[in-house]
Design a protein around this ligand. Sequence first.
Ligand code: APR
Length: 248
Amino acid sequence: MIPADALTRLKSARSIAVLTGAGVSAESGVATFRDPDGIWARFSPTELASMDGFMANPQRVLDWYAHRRAVVDAVEPNAGHTALVALERWITQRDGTFTLITQNVDRLHQRAGSRNVLEVHGNLVEDRCSVCEEIHKGEQQLDAAGLPVCTTCGGRLRPNVVWFGEDLPRDVWDASERAARDADVFMSIGTSSVVWPAAGLAHTARSRGAAIIEVNPTSTDLTPDVTWHIAAPSGTALPLIVAALEAA
Ligand code: APR
């Protein structure tokens, strides 16, 4: 299942960058977005993942993100998350570098033990003030309408995730681009590669000579441009990759 020449390339890599998407959390029981039974088949991204949707009905958006938090709190990282922790340990023990760039907001990578994680689309755990941008975690001050507001400026709190049409966090994006540029091997795992600019990172890596390994049971927009496509679930393929590297 794992091409031998892909393993050879990984063994000689000094720098590995990984981009994950919702597919890496699927085996934990967290729905993806664009699979047939995915989130966007049941909910409207415009209503629930945009500033316009939030301004139109903040309670509906806050309730939906509270539901997503409850779903994620009730699940555990899966073998794919754990394998990425082992891969990070494997290359850093060889004085190599490992950067895990994730589009996921579920924090399952961190709960599994991944250390160098760049959340390009934010996270479900924190709220952010829509006025002064202050980050809030847990504490709640409610306005007259019963909606959470910033304890510093009174502005309305919203989930600290990147909504459609919003900029990605500058420092996180810059670090992600640097990691893609410096990578000897770039792994695209569990993402449909249709949401930019994250979908461009693999192309950035490729333009600098990196080998691209895609792990996804189906083909994606990126597949024509990858060096190897491993058509398997990440919970199956990633442990096999790590076991082969550790056995070498
Ligand atoms: N292992 C690996 N890949 C899987 C698995 C699995 N077990 N199960 C599903 N997949 C793949 C699907 O084939 C699909 O290509 O995961 C991909 C999930 O794609 P999307 O649902 O589009 O999720 P993602 O690519 O993360 O979406 C990117 O879109 O809605 C926004 O902000 C949201 O971060 C998200 C972004």
